[in-house]
Design a protein around this ligand. Structure first.
Ligand code: EPU
Length: 346
């Protein structure tokens, strides 16, 4: 295909493409519908020595500044289901597919693996970046490999699950040291997932088992139960701007967690590997009195203190100021420093 077919839009307003709903512009913007057009777009940017930014569903992003260079939002929709001799199904899925649509599609086919991850906003291509997780499952549990195209030369590369270095809300794609090396900069174009026709449903987290009492434990029933719990606690970005959890749940040394637990017996505590425990950031923030707080155009969601919201017509700096206020107060009160989860463009 001749290069002239790639004509990125100039000065693209990203307000409707980020779930917090802040206004910012991409200098150039395009939505490749195939890996080949992605490669051509990268070549277009290389010829002009422009930096490249890969945008997913914009649901984990704080746009505090315009994005220079070419912003590329993969829009490829392919799905390829391959049944394996052991009965599992290998699914190759394009980065442009809406994550929740994929969850409902696979659950509707009776395949286990993604059902606990229903209603997470965003696109498939962004899922490995923060290793999306909810209700006792995370993407790394089902991910076989990630397909990327390198920015520097358009080469297609496959990263194995091990090479992605997944952790709690973490992966190699978030590592600054890794991304600073130009040879590593890449656009995620597809994921390969391993799904199961038979599986032990994971119902151990929170209210999930109670929601499903008396029901057949099909992937679809579980996904629907997860949707109903999420709808009751988390804001719909279509109604109020938000980026899901604004902070990670802090992981602290076990001794520190136990000292806090002694002082605050109601404090939720989760295991986090030998010698460590995970605290609930939402609980810490609520204890500091921020639940439902409002500061101009931004605030803390009244049903889940871990979620910061933008009511409209505000700017990212207001949200960052509120986040700083929360971090300082939680640190003053509990000597625990909260870490921001969404990616900041500043
Ligand atoms: N809690 C409070 N007050 C609050 C919020 C929570 O006391 O305002 C307490 C809850 O009562 C519970 C504990 O904190 O005892 C944990 O709360 P919850 O089950 O709502 O989950 P979370 O730890 O706040 C995490 C994920 C969510 C995910 C849920 C369910 C992170 C940063 N967040 O939240 O993920 O949906 O578990 O699995 O790990 C996201 O990443 O955007 C996200 C929404």
């Amino acid at each position: 295909m001749p290069l002239s077919l790639i004509t990125p839009e100039e000065h693209k307003d990203l307000q409707s493409l980020n779930t917090l709903g802040f206004s910012a512009h991409a200098a150039y913007f395009c939505q490749p519908e195939s890996i080949e057009t992605c490669q051509q777009a990268l070549e277009w940017a290389r010829e002009r020595t422009l930096p490249v930014f890969a945008l997913g569903g914009g649901s984990n992003l704080i746009l505090a500044a315009d994005i220079p260079g070419l912003t590329l939002q993969m829009s490829n929709q392919q799905r390829d289901y391959q049944t394996q001799p052991d009965g599992s199904v290998l699914l190759t899925v394009g980065a442009g597919v809406v994550w929740h649509d994929l969850v409902m599609e696979t659950a509707g086919k009776g395949l286990f693996g993604l059902e606990n991850l229903a209603l997470i906003p965003g696109r498939v291509g962004a899922a490995p970046v923060q290793n999306i997780g909810a209700y006792g499952t995370e993407l790394a549990d089902v991910l076989e490999s990630v397909e990327v195209v390198r920015v520097i030369d358009g080469q297609r590369i496959t990263l194995s699950q091990d090479e992605c270095c997944f952790g709690y809300r973490d992966s190699i794609f978030k590592s600054e040291t890794y991304q600073q090396c130009r040879e590593n900069q890449s656009v995620i174009t597809a994921l390969v997932l391993r799904l199961q026709t038979k599986a032990e449903p994971k119902l151990g987290y929170g209210d999930l088992a109670a929601q499903l009492e008396g029901k057949a434990l099909t992937p679809l029933a579980i996904a629907e139960a997860v949707c109903s719990i999420r709808r009751s606690k988390l804001p719909d970005p279509a109604e109020v701007g938000n980026a899901g959890s604004f902070f990670k749940n802090p992981v602290v040394p076990q001794a520190r967690a136990e000292a806090l637990k002694e002082r605050y017996p109601d404090m939720p505590l989760y295991p986090a590997g030998a010698g460590f425990a995970k605290l609930a950031a939402g609980w810490l923030i609520q204890q500091c009195g921020f639940k439902g707080a409002k500061r101009g155009a931004v605030g803390v969601y009244p049903k889940q203190a871990l979620v910061l919201v933008h009511f409209g017509n505000g700017v990212a700096s207001e949200l960052l100021e509120l986040a700083d206020e929360i971090v300082s107060e939680v640190e003053r009160r509990f000597q625990v420093r909260l870490e921001r989860e969404p990616q900041l463009i500043s």
